[in-house]
Design a protein around this ligand. Sequence first.
Ligand code: FAD
Length: 470
Amino acid sequence: MKTIPSQVLEDLKNLAGKNGFRAASPGDVSDARKRYTGNSQHVLRPADTATGAKLIARCSDAGLATIPLGGGTGLVAGHLGLGDRASILFSTERMNRIRQISTQDRNIVAEAGAVLATVQAAAAEQNMLFPLSLAAEGSCTIGGNLATNAGGVQVLRYGNTRDLVLGIEAIMPNGDIMHGLSPLRKNNTGYDIKNLLIGSEGTLGLITAASLKLYPAAQQNATALCPISSPEKALQLLSLLQSELGEFITAFELISGQGLSFLAEHFPQLKQAITPPPPWSVLIEMSGGAKIPLQGLTEEVLGDALVQELILDAIICQSAQQRQQLWDLREHIPLGNAQVGAIVSCDISVPLSALSTFIDRATAKIQALDPALRINCFGHVGDGNLHFNVFPAIGSKRESYRNMGATLRQDIYDLVDQLGGVFSAEHGVGRDKINELQRYGDATRLAVMGCIKKSLDPNNVFNPGAIFPD
Ligand code: FAD
């Protein structure tokens, strides 16, 4: 592998100043699913945007591959240098301040390296809500969330990260700083560059801070876990809840019995709500202001759902502790999967009308290949977003299925494509799904993306090898 010329390294050290440069640690170059190891050896870690801009200008002059790094929780190897080209990581770990919070403008300005949970807590201190919520929230950063347009469990009500951003500050590949930390909700003055950078996975520039929308904090929640006979029933239930309770629905998560069984095996300390785990269940949460009789309304509508045979039962939480237990189960599902080790993990999205067909057909395909394979299908079903993960037979390890992985993945993605869906709902393309983007992406769209990349980053320094082949 090529190394960074010593003069470039020396210049970067000098520009970065005290504490602004360090050697890469194993954690910086690792992947949450333990499939890839990056080869970058150095990390730039400036404390402010102005220093960051000087560093990026120097990287750009030197044609040095610069890889933005947030919390490193990304699941598609977007933050890892994998090719032969020498690269340097640009970490936002020291750019982590909350610059401003306003209850009147209902916004918070956070630097890119602020951990999502810290931003949520800062909002909560003002009795406000920053609604982005995902299992990695204790480690992932606002910069990473914007760069991947992260989703999570409250998208149904509040949208993806993109819907929560009012403005951004960013360093463009030539080192220029774009200022745009506005609290404005309406701005029709030309191209929306912030939305170009959101979801660009660090290929078009470095996001240094964001102005984010806040909402009034929920005064109360009503949470329930309902076993159901099939995913189709989940969609019918969602339809009923939406017509009766509309905007109050905050989360609607499909959980499979397989996922709960993995938890029973690997996280026995977690209290299971129903034993043995039902084949399918949905975790539902409503939230709203103090004057809304949310608990009563939820009980009433779930009572109707029981009569209409949309659900088999309903565990309606009676305490904050019970609610936490249910959410702990949901949030541990990815961790349970990691313990077992998936052969393939697909984060797909299909139209709601095709969701049930997808689950049936994908399951049949997998079972035709090997009926002993285990499937954990779960996710933000209200958004048509499923995590469809295939695991080895009991007693086997994923290493034994190495030859099967690519076939499984393509079978699943072909089906998703036929049903009008996409192969990446939340995690992005990174380096892991480049072939899929080339295979399934619209040709004209790919060409436009290529033009944008070339014109903003002519030296191809920003995260080369992510989204596009290097
Ligand atoms: P990193 O992993 O460091 O980087 C991700 C990408 O963003 C890379 O391409 C990187 O180069 C780029 N990047 C990082 N910071 C910047 C910046 N400041 N400017 C420009 N580019 C930047 N994702 C979901 O969407 N929904 C979920 O529900 C979800 N659940 C998860 C659960 C677990 C247990 C784990 C491990 C991950 C989960 N993820 C989920 C994936 C991951 O948490 C998100 O993609 C998250 O947004 C990544 O943030 P990060 O700070 O860790 O970014």
